[in-house]
Design a protein around this ligand. Structure first.
Ligand SMILES: *Cc1c(COP(=O)(O)O)cnc(C)c1O
Length: 403
């Protein structure tokens, strides 16, 4: 049991708390599922990019899946070796590509023919060879929220099969490109195995067909996307996931690379807010807390469900309530019609499953400083990011006041 009250007293609210031991458990479970196979787990840094979190994974031997050069720099700072860092994303700039090649990361996940051309040109300018992988869009419906679906031709990600093949042939013929991997990532919060299995089959077939023309790849990158329990979802067991992937890879001796984000961190995280007020607008009951959508955007952005725990002395009857923040938007809520007892000023509201796509999606909207972040490890708490001050918020504007 985590003593949220003590943490809120010591570090104030709003506050993110991450159970590092839980992250370890998840990492080990995934690793165990693929035991005996050549495997790189490349933690998807965007899920929770706090340097101490990335370092925690680095210490366990994790690699990093990055979607900006900023994330690549974070991975290096956290101690992840270059040969375990990959760089994905549909819109890499020339500067980002140049730096990735100079840093000699494992590979760049290329997402279009045009991008392949840029990578080749930049590698040529640098007099280097860039290792690449191509992101295939298998056109499979992942059956998840449309905003986090990425594997359909309707989505901006990756290239279709015939384009991918043409790109491999081009890359293979280039002096400055070394095609080493193949990649797919069809979406996030996946709770069905079938779309993953179907995508892996399609991609494995392409690997075989490339081998037939002497293009031998080394990395089979299965992306991330493993879903977690926010509520009572049935999730994919790591063992079943691994078996499905391995089933598709029969006869292929490639290193598996997987890019979990949410699976590793979501349920390690809690977001703590203090109750400011109870109010009633006609029939409608609200609890206003000091945390807001600028701290945790998922409910506003996806209508995402998060389990809420109220820490209060009050054991009275529960009634439906909307938990809302101070930000001037009607989308600023953590839960709607949630059953909670009457809450008092300074009671705590804990939002569960907040360890992935929480802090990182935060903003300074309404000139609110971002929350502090705290790690729990071996029964001890430590700060891993300070609360932002007003001075932090205005630092880049202040000098222009005079002009
Ligand atoms: C976001 C992302 C991931 C991680 O997704 P999760 O659902 O958090 O596991 C992995 N790979 C790529 C390319 C991504 O964009």
């Amino acid at each position: 049991m985590i003593d949220f009250k003590a943490l809120a007293n010591e570090y104030k609210t709003p506050l993110y708390v991450y159970d590092f031991d839980y992250m370890t458990t998840q990492y080990e479970a995934l690793k165990e599922a693929f035991r005996g196979r050549k495997l790189i787990i490349a933690y998807a840094v965007k899920a929770n990019s706090n340097l101490s979190v990335v370092k925690h994974f680095a210490k366990m031997g994790s690699g990093a899946d990055c979607v900006s050069i900023g994330e690549v720099r974070r991975a290096f700072l956290a101690g992840i070796p270059s040969y375990k860092i990959i760089f994905s994303g549909v819109g890499k700039t020339d500067d980002e590509i140049r730096e990735a090649i100079e840093k000699d990361i494992l590979y760049i996940n290329v997402e279009s023919e045009a991008e392949l051309g840029r990578v080749e040109l930049i590698a040529k300018e640098l007099g280097k060879v860039s290792r690449i992988s191509i992101r295939v869009n298998p056109n499979i419906d992942p059956q998840t929220h449309p905003y986090i679906s990425t594997g359909l031709h309707d989505n901006k990600f990756g290239v279709d099969l015939s384009t991918a093949k043409r790109m491999y042939i081009k890359a293979n013929a280039s002096e400055h490109l070394d095609p080493v991997g193949i990649h797919f990532h069809i979406g996030s919060q996946l709770t069905e195995l079938k779309p993953i299995y179907e995508s892996a089959e399609i991609v494995a077939d392409l690997v075989r067909s490339l081998a037939g023309i002497k293009i031998e790849l080394k990395f089979f990158d299965i992306g991330g996307g493993l879903g977690i329990k926010y509520d009572n979802e049935t999730t994919i067991k790591p063992y079943d996931y691994a078996q499905a992937i391995l089933g598709c890879m029969k006869g292929l001796d490639l290193t598996i690379l997987c890019e979990p984000g949410r699976f590793l961190t979501a349920n390690s995280g809690y977001f703590l807010s203090k109750v400011l007020y109870e109010k009633q607008n006609g029939e409608k009951r609200f609890v206003v807390v000091d945390g807001a959508m600028n701290d945790l955007l998922r409910p506003a952005l996806y209508k995402a469900y998060h389990k809420i725990e109220a820490i209060t002395e009050n054991q009275g009857e529960k009634r439906a309530v909307d938990i809302v923040g101070p930000v001037c938007e009607s989308g600023d809520f953590f839960a709607k019609d949630y059953e909670l007892p009457e809450l008092a000023h300074n009671d705590l509201v804990v939002v569960h499953s907040a360890g992935a796509y929480g802090f990182g999606m935060g903003s300074n909207y309404n000139t609110r400083g971002r929350s502090a972040e705290v790690a729990l490890e071996n029964g001890k708490a430590r700060m891993i990011r300070k609360r932002e001050s007003f001075d932090d918020l205005i630092a880049l504007e202040k000098e222009f006041l005079e002009s």
